[in-house]
Design a protein around this ligand. Structure first.
Ligand code: SAM
Length: 466
């Protein structure tokens, strides 16, 4: 079995393997690195990633340690520059805003016309850079091609913990959608390739949309996950969760479906008595459960509306699930920094700490220098005259974008022995925008069944009643 780069990326980038290019903080681009064949597009350097930060031939990104900074290529044939302009125009969504690399500003203008010389010059002047990162479920969630709404990291990390997904677990997932949750669950259940007798962690994934199924199948193969994810093209409301007529023997379940209550009857230990099953000729004795008979099964359903939650909970109760509860993950990012004494927080600039004018900037710099000198044991200079009396410390209600944010201040504990970087009050600001698919998570447990035989086996194992 080929080991997936998601599970073991190794120390360096490899040919024909997935890498995540970080163009700027939130602008990630998944790329399969190709070995230059000399044939690709007719250019010697082979495939090239063209971005607003410059051109990056795959050849410059192969065999480098993960996390490396890659500089934009200075090589250009002129016609590639024109091609790049076309690609950049065709794909504006890939253009970042905050640059990790410097944008070759004159490139677009140069490539607009037919001046090959101008394009060459623009490329030569380019000093843009990107970083090359190993694929992880988190980076894949941020960069994957969206075919549906996806489950984001704050939700799936909590869900996987609650459904006890761990190395060796067998997890049922429906629907697969864009595969965001699938990648995270694979990492959770993966336990290498165990020797005989040990359970092999596996994800049984189901998707009824044909195109999504095929796309996902291809991705699983491309990511080297075929041995760990088994994808089935199926409507689980009608077809249930058996694979080739056999039970996956799952101990964890995640349902991201519009109507989880339609799928729940199939996740029973015995043939459920529901209207759907009246046409099912299988007898109670011939019915196969997709669940592990030896373990309690942990489930999570993911639904955006409370009405869906109500119906799901009601079906769970009828089908014998216990410990049912609902959680909404309300994730917030906190920006933590130190605000030095001297910040005029009562001004209409809110918590914006930018100096008002050049004079204020110079005064602040002098103050910082003075504190550094003081910390280094040097005396304050006569012109180190800024004192805290001119400051007022009032929490602001708005930041400089006018957005309402929570601003929390901790007491300033600074003293003369405090190093400069520890001075000031610790401030946390909540960021209002966070990418998280807000849904209600319903959790429940289906206890394992305990038979007379189990009782006898337990008694034999622990004769003293332990
Ligand atoms: N959890 C996925 C992710 O993180 O990328 C997103 C799932 S998406 C919101 C829901 C998926 O369920 C869709 O792709 C849809 O086609 C699929 N689906 C809906 N009803 C289904 C059914 N009865 N059987 C199987 N899949 C179904």
């Amino acid at each position: 079995d080929k080991i997936s780069p998601f599970l073991d990326p190794g120390p360096c980038t490899k040919p024909n393997s997935l890498a995540i290019l970080q163009l700027s903080r939130d602008n990630l681009l998944p790329v399969y690195l190709q070995v230059p064949s000399g044939e690709h597009d007719g250019y010697a350097e082979g495939a090239v990633v063209n971005t607003r930060f410059g051109s990056f031939p795959h050849s410059t990104m192969l065999g480098v340690p993960w996390g490396s900074q890659i500089r934009a290529s200075k090589v250009d044939t002129g016609s590639r520059g024109r091609k790049r302009k076309r690609e950049m125009t065709d794909d504006p969504g890939r253009e970042g805003t905050g640059a990790s690399g410097r944008e070759p500003e004159d490139l677009a203008g140069a490539a607009n016309g037919d001046s090959v010389v101008a394009v060459k010059q623009a490329v030569a002047d380019s000093s843009g850079f990107i970083h090359i990162l190993p694929p992880t479920p988190e980076l894949w969630t941020t960069s994957l091609p969206h075919r549906t709404q996806v489950v984001y990291t704050p939700d799936y990390s909590y869900i996987l913990h609650r459904i006890r997904a761990r190395p060796g677990s067998v997890l049922i997932e429906a629907g697969a959608g864009s595969g965001s949750f699938t990648h995270a669950s694979v990492r959770a259940v993966y336990n290498g390739y165990p020797t005989d007798g040990q359970p092999k962690g596996k994800v049984f994934s189901f998707e009824f949309h044909e195109q999504r199924y095929h796309k996902m199948k291809q991705e699983i193969a491309d990511h080297g996950l075929e041995g760990i994810v088994q994808l089935t093209h199926r409507d689980v409301y009608n077809g249930g969760f058996l694979v080739d007529g056999k039970s996956p023997e799952a101990d964890a379940v995640f349902l991201d479906l519009p109507a989880p209550w339609e799928a729940l009857p199939h996740l029973s230990r015995r043939k459920p008595q529901t209207s759907r099953d009246t046409s099912d000729p299988t007898t109670e004795a011939g019915w196969v459960s997709p669940l592990n008979p030896q373990k309690s099964v942990y489930i999570c359903t993911f639904s955006p509306c409370i009405e869906q939650v109500t119906r799901t909970v009601s079906a769970m109760r009828r089908l014998g699930w216990v410990d049912i509860d609902m959680v909404e993950v309300s994730n917030r990012k906190l920006h933590v920094s130190r605000e030095r004494i001297g910040l005029n927080l009562s001004s209409d600039r809110g918590v914006n700490n930018s100096p008002r004018d050049v004079e204020e900037a110079i005064a602040r710099l002098a103050e910082i220098e003075s504190r550094f000198r003081e910390h280094a044991g040097q005396p304050r200079r006569a012109d180190d005259n800024r004192d805290s009396e001119e400051e007022e410390d009032q929490p602001a209600k708005k930041d400089d974008f006018g957005a309402k944010r929570d601003v929390n201040f901790a007491e300033d504990q600074s003293s003369s022995s405090t190093p400069p970087w520890m001075e000031g009050r610790l401030i946390t600001r909540g960021e209002p925008e966070i990418k998280s698919h807000t849904s209600y998570l319903v959790f429940a447990v289906l206890p394992r069944e305990w038979t007379e035989e189990d009782e006898a086996a337990a008694a034999a194992m622990y004769p003293c009643g332990m």
